[in-house]
Design a protein around this ligand. Sequence first.
Ligand code: PHE
Length: 454
Amino acid sequence: MDSETKRSSFTGKIGFILAAAGSAVGLGNIWRFPYLAAKYGGGIFLLVYIILSITFGFALMVAEIAIGRKTQQSPLGAFRALDKRFSWVGILATIIPVLILPYYSVIGGWVTKYMFGFMAGSMGDMANDAYFGDYIGKVGEPIVWFVAFIAITTLIVIFGVQKGIEKVSKVMMPMLVVLMLFIVIYSFCTLDGAWAGVVYYLKPDFSHFSIMTVVAAMGQLFYSMSLAMGIMITFGSYMKKDISIEKSTHQIEIFDTGIAFLSGLMIVPAVFAFSGGNESALGKGPGLMFITLPKIFNTMPGGAVIGAIFFMMVLLAALTSAISLMETVVAVVMDKLKLKRWSACLLVFGACLLLGLPSALGFSAWANVKILGMQFLDLFDFISNSILMPIVALATCIFVGFILKPKPLVEEAELSGKFKAKKLFEIMIKWIAPVCILAILISSVLDVFGIVKI
Ligand code: PHE
């Protein structure tokens, strides 16, 4: 069987939105968004993010899905099929999941550990400020959980049971939303000082604005919506012609941004309540969710059970995203190296272990190793989100805007009816998005090399 047929059996012809939303909603929404929002000025970050999401995010997602559906190919083939000079964009887009999956699995490992921690009755310990730092500071345990997470992902992909997982997540995701709402309401009603956090999170304060707010928001947008790495192109290639690209994009966008918003609302005010809005607590970074949530659960009657259920749902959301990342890489490895599915999976598994190890050790044995002032996990995150994805996004915009021209993609989108935001799409993809992405790319590079401090 050729890989193309095998690939289509992955999400197959099951609901496109479900598969795309399963890929989009994950740690990016629940873990990454709140810590960025806390760090980059709360309300102003949220505002910038939402504006970018309904303009940039929308245009780019429509473009990617339409490219996939038009060419009926994965990113590697799609760009080549449309214009040989742009083959490299497909290649770059395929490299990005290889960089993300390993460190994604490190965080997935943290989630798994916390889930079992709640089940084992360690909630009291986990609610201590020092617990998370001590935990990731160990050499052995975080690696075991990281390997466990990537092993589960690999097994699911090897045995092709994604459909089962997607069915479970179809039920669990709405439950996750309900649970998050409950946690939000609970903390507003019971935690002193939470309202100050709500104001910080919802009210844009322009004095907190900097170019970095936009850089961070844009990187987050690509990451959260699984954009600029070919995943939506692949999904688009499975999408039936009579399904509306525009409507589906809106639905994914609303769902994805809604969950991110809710996660922020769950975490940022609680950080305020527990720290009084202390700057160092807001700037905690990747550990924020793991430090804050156990404290909330610890004040809740039945918190241990609720905490365990919550982390289980987060784990499931993380798994559906990790599966889509792995599936993309496996599909390319099968194509290019002419390998069978399971050998390709094992190869990707091995590569993930190797690439993820530095991120897992970056908080313990290799804590002193810094590249460009960053630990490995931050470095992988930075290279993929702030450098490579903007490059792919920029190239996609130039390609669609000037080489292919928006027209064929607009026509593709119109196959299922009127394309209401056609003008917005054309102007965004051709002018506004490329200019902004370029400006942002340059500023984040200048910033990290210390040439200009922004
Ligand atoms: N979008 C996923 C999330 O928010 C992460 C992801 C990125 C998944 C890229 C697949 C591809 O967690």
